[in-house]
Ligand binder design. Sequence first.
Ligand SMILES: Cc1cc2nc3c(=O)[nH]c(=O)nc-3n(C[C@H](O)[C@H](O)[C@H](O)COP(=O)(O)OP(=O)(O)OC[C@H]3O[C@@H](n4cnc5c(N)ncnc54)[C@H](O)[C@@H]3O)c2cc1C
Length: 659
Amino acid sequence: MNTERRPGEEADAIDVLTRLSALLPPRRAAEFGQLLADHRAEHGAAALRTDVSAHRRLARLAASLPPAAEVVADADLLAALSEATALADPSLYQTFLSHYTLCVGSLVLLGGKAADPDGALAHARTKGSFLVTEIGDAGSHLGIRTEARFDPARRAFTLHTPDHRAAKFSSVAALGLPQQAVVCARLLTGAQNGGVFSFLVDITGADGRPAPGVSVSGPLPVGALPLPYGLVRFHGARIPYDRWLADGAGIDATGVLHDPQPSADARLQRTLSCGQGLWATLPSAMAGLAGRSAAMAWRFSAGRRSHGRLAPGSPVLEYRTQQHAVVGALAAAFSLRCTARAALSTWAGLRAARPSDGPGTAMTFSPWAAVDRSLALYKAHSTRAVADLVDSLQHRCGVSGLFDHNRLPGYLGFARAFDNAGGDNTLILLDAGRALAEERARPDRRSAGPGRFPSDQGRFPADPTDAAWWPAVVTALQDRLADDLAAAASARTEALRRSLHRSPHRSLHRDLDLWNPLLEDALELGDVQARRLAAEAAVEGSTAHRRGWPVPQAADLAALDGLRQARCLAGPLLATGVLTPSAVRALPAAMDALCDRLRQALPDIVAALDPGAGLARTALDEPDYAAALLAAHGASAGASAGASAGSSTGSSDRTGSTS
Ligand SMILES: Cc1cc2nc3c(=O)[nH]c(=O)nc-3n(C[C@H](O)[C@H](O)[C@H](O)COP(=O)(O)OP(=O)(O)OC[C@H]3O[C@@H](n4cnc5c(N)ncnc54)[C@H](O)[C@@H]3O)c2cc1C
């Protein structure tokens, strides 16, 4: 107890150390403050991820793969590799993505294959990254400030970071390794601002030390997806002309740029088109995580006795709440796999140069939806859905869901990181929602946006356990939200026009005045649009057994996932009048009915949906979980892990952990 407590303002201060200094004797308060500071520093040091093991593993994997350009050209291979690396180790996936899909993907897409003459990137002897984000501004991708200035005398470029706010971010603090990066920078020649192009830049030399004109910060730990991240700045780094990924553009002898792209936005869209490969294949990785996580949670719940007094000794999976979460997760995993297939097929269409999803999407919040709206929506939907799913399953697995060795924490960190990474989901949904409302306001464009199911407002199948119910409901919801937003935008446009007439200099940002009060609605519409695409994919996938993907009771799984989503969206469904209160109240009973229908088939469903039972097995998969855990981790602190029982779980956990 503090016998020296001093009266005064310290006791009410907001700063906790100040308050402690009023509650403890001064010497103790100072000691305590120092201890906390030491702990913070220690914790930071422990969490630092300076190791380059994921990068080194990538190089080993590359040795058994075709040259990187061939991997990037084969969508199915790229998707399968994305999924396998993500299941084994999300950090390895992130390295794979940066190197193959984004760095080499840019070379392939933008005509820069010649920039890698000795095949160092092709075989990952040099680690490739992709540097677009600038750390100091929000939405930096629409206002890239890194400059590549053309020197007509040398016919080369010099790369500059104009100030600290334009420092770029990626997993480049892996000093000791040879590294290159595709860097997005504004091309300047004479007085001409040529827009944003990509350049292949040496980040380090062969000795692994920063290349001339490049500085790399110390490591910035990201616990959710650990890699040696860092900030990069350029101070006049020399870029030879053939390291410019010119994509059909050229600079003539007088230093004038000629670009076939008609505008700066069109150029930016091309430069960032490597994102298509990411958004086409990331849903496969997400589907893999969903299937693996749901399978683990199902095995765990099915075999776990509960001492609840309603039915002592019954498996916890007997309880409806657990069923809705765990069987529901299997249903979601099914839908996410269908979404992944739809994303790949959309990408195949784009690569075959078929027109994409109708009207272009304006680059208002970010460039992503403009690069391709459907693919960006598939990415946003899958990453958010998997983050929610793994989050829920972690809870359903109790403390075991939090054990790193059971993989759910790593999977959750990965999915959450990609809420921002790979194109910010909120910005994708805002652009998509706003674009759809604008199309809706123009009857000639109505059916042109992504989505194939016709609107059928108010006339859904009567039975919510019918697989066709949710696609019809979510389509009606999308259309009503779009009509409401279009009407609200039109009313605000008219009101602002009148107010502008009265006082012409009222606002510098008319578009912001118009849209700011509508942004939550635009975001909701973007989300519903993404769910609609996913619902269509799930219904199509539920007939896919005819095309060689046998998932038992696929239609019931699609229906159950639809019901889960309807429950999440009960608010907007009621607010728009798409569903009545009694229809919403009936949803849990419909989920019960589907869980009962699926019960017998669950082992076969799990087998059909789990892509990583061998690759990423954990103790949660074992019939006797406690025995598997003890076998893998020892009965006492000194016991050698996995020494007994020869558990495959133990050994795969150790080798598969994110080291
Ligand atoms: C694990 C990880 C790895 C990454 N690796 C790379 C990499 O290798 N290379 C690379 O270039 N980048 C990388 N990134 C960065 C990533 O691309 C960005 O985080 C992402 O694009 C978002 O940009 P930002 O972080 O600058 O956020 P901001 O753009 O600052 O956004 C912050 C928040 O503000 C919101 N916001 C921004 N603008 C608006 C607006 N106009 N209206 C309303 N809301 C807005 C966003 O939705 C977001 O919620 C990585 C990120 C992560 C998490």
